[in-house]
Design a protein around this ligand. Structure first.
Ligand SMILES: CC(=O)N[C@H](C=O)[C@@H](O)[C@H](O)[C@H](O)COP(=O)(O)O
Length: 245
């Protein structure tokens, strides 16, 4: 094998993607997820929903499952869309189920996610690794950023100590440590913003533009909205409930 002559031009670099966290700052991330058994649970459908959200101004997308991450990231690459894709893999419905192990996290990263969202609570993980070990080992095999989905201030402080890049209020109200408020847990958000030196993303039960604005005003780095934008069954139910109350 011959070495390339030193005078040869360097390989052409593709477009340089923006720093993912800078790209998300102050913006809306749309979570595009359908649940097992639902008609929209298809990577092609979720990709179409993601493209529609980007057209509406979303600065980032969050998707569930390796296939969805692959489909969305391929479509974005083909279309020249640089909005960062946060990927997760839900395995189960109880306990630690959001990207619960290193294996899940690595698969999501290798599928193309720019940011890998993982369970960021203090609960034991199914593979026996600590959060810090999970983050460290993921970094050995991927350049993806790590988002810790947290359920409390203590979770977020521990996640910060474990070396994550960004924390989210995603699991507030779902782990028993915080009440499940009707809207976003702005109280927890404010605590995290006050105590942490990493970006804090507001996620969970943001159901209106006013609530999204309030989260940003409380110091959120970015706001994730899922159900209220991308889950027609839930949205329909809200309207039906109002009509039948
Ligand atoms: C707790 C849990 O499993 N949260 C999941 C995390 O990815 C999703 O089911 C949520 O839809 C997402 O967090 C966005 O929240 P909301 O749909 O409330 O806007």
């Amino acid at each position: 094998m011959t070495d390339r002559p030193s005078t040869a031009p360097a390989p052409t670099a593709g477009p340089v993607p923006p720093d993912p966290l800078v790209a998300l700052r102050g913006g809306l991330v749309v979570s595009c997820q359908a649940y097992p058994g639902e008609a929209m649970r298809d990577p092609r459908t979720m990709t179409q929903v993601a493209l529609a959200a980007v057209r509406g101004g979303a600065v980032g997308i969050r998707v569930q499952g390796v296939a969805d991450v692959e489909h969305v990231t391929h479509a974005f690459a083909e279309l020249g869309i640089t909005a960062p894709v946060t990927g997760l893999w839900k395995d189960g419905t109880d306990g630690v189920f959001i990207t619960p192990t290193l294996r899940h996290a690595a698969a999501v990263a290798h599928a193309g996610a720019t940011i890998v969202a993982i369970d960021g609570t203090r609960r034991p993980r199914p593979d026996g690794l600590s959060l810090a070990q999970t983050v460290a080992r993921l970094r050995e095999q991927s350049s993806a950023l790590v988002m810790a989905d947290c359920g409390s201030l203590d979770d977020a402080l521990a996640a910060r100590d474990a070396g994550v890049d960004v924390v989210g209020t995603t699991l507030s109200g779902y782990t028993g440590e915080r009440p499940r408020t009707d809207g976003p847990d702005l109280e927890l958000l404010a605590q995290l913003v006050d105590r942490l030196d990493v970006p804090v993303i507001a996620e969970g039960r943001v159901h209106s533009p006013a609530q999204a604005r309030a989260a940003l005003d409380a110091g959120a780095w970015a706001v994730v909205v899922g159900t209220a934008i991308t889950h027609p069954t839930s949205i329909t139910g809200w309207f039906v409930d109002a009509l039948t109350a």
